[in-house]
Write a protein that binds this ligand. Structure first.
Ligand SMILES: Nc1ncnc2c1ncn2[C@@H]1O[C@H](COP(=O)(O)OP(=O)(O)OP(=O)(O)O)[C@@H](O)[C@H]1O
Ligand SMILES: [Mg+2]
Length: 206
């Protein structure tokens, strides 16, 4: 159903600390529905949720703490070193994330919606995307903003960057690029321009 009758949907992606949250907050202030795939990914592993139960049953109780919460850092360590475990975990999480995203999109009432997908490497995973907007900054800016925001050192910041898809990979799937290397005011102006464009495109689609 979604492929034919869904709200105009823009994927918002970008590397760590590129400014996705800053940008998506601006769209939200303009009254646009913002759906965050990362937030949904967290929700589905809350205690009592089916994804967490499946992790417990198929990967073991060592990944659940005494309060029933997922031990994220233990699981992260495992999937960094074990590609098979990573695949297995993804086979539990991804279909459930996609289903919840789909439900959230179906409920949208604004002119269009923004779907924040931090690690979008392949747009075919979400066949109903109309546009892909990439928030882009130089890696050096990412490092500086990440260090300032998360209070980490340069080496830690570089490590996180290295584990993500490359800037070139991101730009390859972009329909629009928001260059966020300037001030916050410039970022806000860029969102206002994109808002005009997307409102227009969404209207044309109807
Ligand atoms: N144009 C800008 N000028 C100055 N600082 C900025 C600008 N854009 C974002 N920042 C700051 O950089 C940091 C990273 O921005 P933000 O949290 O929006 O990135 P993100 O892409 O959402 O990161 P993550 O991938 O971790 O979710 C924040 O502290 C934010 O306030
Ligand atoms: Mg963010």
């Amino acid at each position: 159903m979604l492929e034919t009758n869904h709200p105009f949907t823009i994927a918002l992606t970008g590397g760590i600390a590129s400014g996705k949250t800053v940008v998506s907050d601006e769209f939200a202030k303009l009254g646009i529905a913002v759906i965050d795939a990362d937030v949904i990914a967290h929700e589905i592993v809350e205690p009592g949720q089916p994804a967490l139960e499946e992790i417990k049953h198929t990967m073991g109780t060592q990944f659940i703490d005494k309060n029933g919460q997922l031990k994220r850092s233990d699981l992260r360590d495992l999937i960094f070193s074990d590609p098979k475990a990573r695949k297995h975990l993804e086979s539990i999480l991804h279909p459930q994330i996609r289903q919840k995203v789909r439900k959230a999109i179906e409920a949208v009432t604004s002119a269009y919606c923004i779907l924040v997908i931090p690690l979008l490497a392949d747009r075919d995973v979400y066949p109903y995307l109309d546009r892909v907007l990439v928030v882009d900054v130089e890696p050096d800016t990412q490092v500086h903003r990440l260090m300032a925001r998360d209070n980490c050192n340069r080496q830690q910041a570089l490590q996180v960057l290295a584990a993500q898809p490359s800037r070139a990979q991101r730009l390859e799937i972009a329909d629009e690029v928001l260059n966020n290397s300037g001030s916050l005011t410039l970022a806000r102006d860029a969102v206002a321009r994109l808002h005009k464009r997307y409102t227009q495109l969404a209207t044309q689609q109807r």
